[in-house]
Design a protein around this ligand. Structure first.
Ligand SMILES: *Cc1c(COP(=O)(O)O)cnc(C)c1O
Ligand SMILES: [Zn+2]
Length: 419
């Protein structure tokens, strides 16, 4: 057996296998397909020691990803810091709090660089020359950047009213951008039809099973950075609900391979109240989530009909975790708090995760003595519009010392008057 033949697509419901093809659902029962590996073979070839000489990025876990034998890493993606929190942990009264910081993920500053890494490897394997996606912003950035570097044509589809910084961060790489009058769920439906009609590799549509495997590397890195240990809790932002399930898959694989000791990990999902179909479903104990029409500043999480929602709900319940959501005002507060305490500037999705973590601690669902990892997945420079009103610019002064002294007097006077 070789790396190529060690995995194939399998239906998550009926279990039927489909080989390796660019498609995302089972033709028999219309359930999603997933990459399934031969772990018996992997146990023999994938050793923790193999990692020693490899650079710290997502490709160091190549054996555990759906790549081909002739795969060579095109660009270092992932490999982000796991930051041990001091100030935030103290403020929230917990002992062991870590921030997995994909706000600085290479190359496009969100965890979507990871999923695009494995998706473009699949696009190459299947011979696609044009790649694309339906996106809430970050995925378009990641597709555009890596397509440019690897020589693919890129065509991305986005809701027309996306944040300007996210649109610019796609355009700069030379990608074709198609703006759609509608929300993400409309865009995604159109993309399913486009994938049927055009010979294109749409990373989160017909390449979705390969795409989502890239998220596992966020989980592998967490375990490795904790010294090959699993945490008690993980708090994960949810849009389509894929990342949270893939971190769970990553942890399970590491246990299967004997790279970490087995222990129960609780999975906590985070959403914005303005688009919270998954957390709503968990909190109300629904057997199926109810789709919503998104209305929140957390645009990157604004998926009202999440493809992996049912799997995320099941994981959260079975792990003994929970899901929560917070308001837009709470998101803004959490963005500021993370910046002021830990020096990390995250986008609205990171505000959701940080704010929800606080809520879970207050609710005592996350306990003080436990080890908790909070997944920060995107960069604040992409969503400055969401918090700009919080920081009006101050008046300019003349370039003279007296002017500065007068300025200081006025500031201190104002502060004294306030106190
Ligand atoms: C896409 C995205 C997510 C959620 O990913 P899913 O796998 O769809 O749940 C979280 N954070 C950011 C910043 C994202 O762009
Ligand atoms: Zn099936």
């Amino acid at each position: 057996m070789s790396h190529d033949s060690n995995y194939q697509l399998r239906c998550r419901e009926c279990g039927k296998t489909w080989g390796n093809v660019p498609r995302s659902f089972c033709e028999d029962c219309f359930s999603p397909l997933e990459v399934a590996y031969d772990y018996h073979w992997l146990k023999k070839v994938a050793k923790r020691e193999n990692l020693a000489g490899r650079a710290f990025n997502m490709w160091r876990y190549s054996e555990l990803l759906p790549l081909t034998d002739d795969f060579t890493a095109p660009m270092a993606a992932g490999g982000t810091p796991l930051v041990r929190s001091q100030k935030l942990a103290a403020q929230w009264g917990v002992k062991s709090l870590y921030l997995k910081n994909d706000a600085v993920c290479f190359p496009s500053l969100s965890f979507k660089d990871r999923v695009v890494g494995t998706a473009l490897a699949a696009a190459r394997r299947f011979g696609f020359e044009t790649v694309g996606c339906s996106s809430t912003g970050n995925l378009a950035n990641a597709v555009a950047a890596q397509a440019a570097q690897q020589g693919f044509h890129a065509c991305v589809f986005i809701p027309a009213d996306l944040e300007p910084a996210k649109v610019l961060n796609t355009a700069v790489y030379g990608a074709r951008i198609v703006r759609i009058n509608g929300n993400y769920d409309h865009v995604n439906r159109l993309c399913a039809q486009i994938a049927d009609r055009f010979p294109w590799g749409l990373v989160n549509v017909n390449l979705r099973p390969y795409y989502s495997e890239g998220s596992k590397t966020h989980g592998y890195e967490i375990a490795e950075q904790l010294g090959w240990k699993l945490p008690d809790n993980v708090v994960v932002p949810m849009a389509g609900g894929s990342l949270i399930t893939k971190i769970a898959k990553a942890f399970k694989e590491l246990v299967t391979l004997g790279w970490v000791e087995d222990r129960p990990v609780k999975f906590f999902g985070a959403q914005a109240t303005g688009c919270s179909p998954i957390s709503d479903g968990v909190k109300r104990g629904l057997s199926r989530f109810e789709p919503q029409k998104p209305n929140t500043i957390a645009r990157s999480l604004a998926i009202g009909n999440p493809a992996d929602g049912p799997f995320a709900m099941k994981l959260i319940r079975e792990s003994g975790g929970w899901a929560e959501d917070i308001s837009d005002l709470e998101i803004i507060d959490a963005i500021k708090l993370l910046a002021e305490t830990e020096g990390i500037f995250t986008e609205t999705a990171g505000g959701v995760t940080a704010g929800v973590t606080k809520k879970l601690i207050v609710e005592n669902r996350i306990r003080p003595e436990e080890t908790t990892v909070v997944c920060i997945t995107g960069n604040g420079l992409k969503t400055t519009d969401a918090i700009a009103a919080e920081f009006p610019s101050s008046e300019a002064i003349a370039p003279r010392l007296e002017a500065f002294e007068a300025y200081l007097d006025a500031q201190l006077g104002a502060a004294a008057a306030k106190a």
